[in-house]
Design a protein around this ligand. Structure first.
Ligand code: HEM
Ligand SMILES: *[C@@H]1O[C@H](CO)[C@@H](O)[C@H](O)[C@H]1NC(C)=O
Length: 194
């Protein structure tokens, strides 16, 4: 069997890693499988650690992979409870978010997951957590006086370590129970079914 390796560097100054090609993907998506396998934004730290452990990932890998929230956005409905009900949030940050995420309505209004550099793949996500500027409850759980604080501190001061650990964990995630045999398909475009 031939395994083709492609070197992907998707953004200047961001992490890069070697992607093993030939992974078989599903041709369909499952809402129920997503709901039962994907951790939710209101989970606490121990539930996040358990969810990742159920898939063979360590707490360190939980912290590294969550660094993906250095880019992208989330809807008001998934962070509303955090900005209105939680105490472990920077007061000015909460106030600014409430302007576009009212206590009722505006469910689909967006806010960046990384408030300081929303489109750059960097380690600002971890610095935000240190300043209690995590957008999701689950983000702030990673730096809330618990067992993962030290890893957040490490990544906040060492982006090279974050990039290395992130790349390794991405490859590991790509190898997570792929379909085998004739199930599913090898995509010709990784963004969509053939
Ligand atoms: C630790 C557990 C995680 C939780 C609870 C979580 C939760 C969420 C939620 C609720 C959103 C917003 C979705 C929406 O508003 O519709 C989101 C967005 C996002 N997540 Fe996560 N996530 C987690 C881990 C990850 C991981 C491991 C990755 C990738 C390595 C990731 C990458 C992203 C990206 C890129 C976005 C932005 C999507 C966009 O802007 O279109 N997340 N996440
Ligand atoms: C975390 O959440 C789980 C599930 O909701 C709950 O049983 C547990 O008591 C929570 N742990 C802490 C430390 O709050």
């Amino acid at each position: 069997m031939l395994i083709f390796i492609l070197w992907i560097n998707f953004q200047l100054n961001g992490p890069s890693w070697t992607v093993p090609l030939g992974r078989r993907d599903s041709t369909t998506a499952s809402l129920s499988a997503a709901n039962s396998n994907l951790p939710g934004p209101n989970l606490n730290l121990s539930a996040l650690i358990t969810a990742f452990s159920n898939k063979g990932f360590t707490a360190k890998e939980l912290v590294a992979l969550s660094g993906s929230h250095t880019i992208g956005q989330a809807r008001c409905t998934v962070f509303r409870s955090h900005i209105y009900n939680d105490a472990n949030i920077n007061a000015q940050f909460a106030t600014s978010l409430k302007a576009n995420c009212p206590s009722t309505g505006g469910d689909n209004n967006l806010a960046p997951l990384d408030t300081t550099s929303p489109t750059a793949f960097d380690n600002a996500y971890y610095k935000n957590l240190q300043g209690q500027k995590g957008l999701l409850h689950s983000d702030q759980e990673l730096f809330n006086g618990g067992s993962t604080d030290a890893q957040v501190n490490t990544y906040s001061t060492n982006s090279a370590t974050f990039f290395t650990d992130f790349g390794n964990a991405m490859v590991k995630m790509g190898n997570l129970s792929p379909l085998t045999g004739t199930s599913g398909q090898i995509r010709t475009n990784c963004r969509k079914a053939n």
